[in-house]
Design a protein around this ligand. Structure first.
Ligand code: 4AZ
Length: 200
């Protein structure tokens, strides 16, 4: 998160950290964010899994405020299986390297949804924007998602509940004025998500 504020996992208990075992380091390393959407079901960004990691190398951590600090509220889960969307297109993820410079503590940022007519390549270094994406940003250009946040949730208050609207996906840099972050438009996938859960 660029800008934003230090937060506590209890403010967004659905936040997950996905970690991958690195044999050379003999340790689990942070891979991406995720969001708990049902018991035993996490949603994240497909580009985090482009390397097609074996399931037995992956772990999901819930309930932690600090990335490397155990907590009495944490729960760690093995991953049984994951599904990358059948139409996922990795073309537009040039240099999508994983940075090791992560915040040690969970953060939150405040952004506003952008009108779709302003969510266009002209605002995003010419990169393609599809109807499966949504834009959100801080009008002050301060708070924004950034490297390492991918797969984490964008939530909006709706009828007194926080509702999942987006998954952090990409952007043109971070925290640039008049440049939004780009998120997977989760509402386009409710049928896809339900079918995966139902079938498994
Ligand atoms: C990234 O590299 C990334 N400012 C995620 C979100 C944004 C930029 C980059 C949006 O994972």
């Amino acid at each position: 998160i660029r800008g934003g504020q230090a937060s506590d996992i209890r403010e967004h208990p659905w936040q997950a950290a996905i970690t991958v075992y690195l044999p050379r380091a003999k340790s689990y390393n942070f891979l991406c964010g995720g969001v708990l959407i049902d018991s035993c079901w996490i949603l994240s960004a497909a580009h985090c899994f482009q390397e097609r990691f074996d399931e037995n190398r992956l772990r999901v951590v819930l309930g932690r405020t600090f990335r490397l600090q155990n907590s009495s509220s944490e729960q760690i889960f093995d991953v049984e299986k994951y599904w990358i969307h059948e139409q996922y297109d990795d073309e537009t993820y040039d240099n999508d390297i994983v940075s090791p410079f992560y915040s040690e503590r969970i953060k939150r940022g405040l952004v506003r949804l952008w009108p779709q007519e302003q969510c266009v390549p002209e605002k995003l270094a010419g990169r393609l924007v599809t109807p499966n994406m949504l834009c959100a940003g801080d009008t002050r250009g301060l708070d924004d998602a950034c490297k390492g946040d991918s797969g984490g949730p964008l939530v909006c208050p709706k009828n007194g509940r926080m509702t999942l609207m987006g998954l952090i996906s990409w952007g043109d840099g971070c925290g640039k004025k008049d440049t939004p972050g780009v998120y997977t438009r989760v509402t386009n996938y409710t049928n896809w998500i339900s079918s995966k859960i139902r079938a498994n």
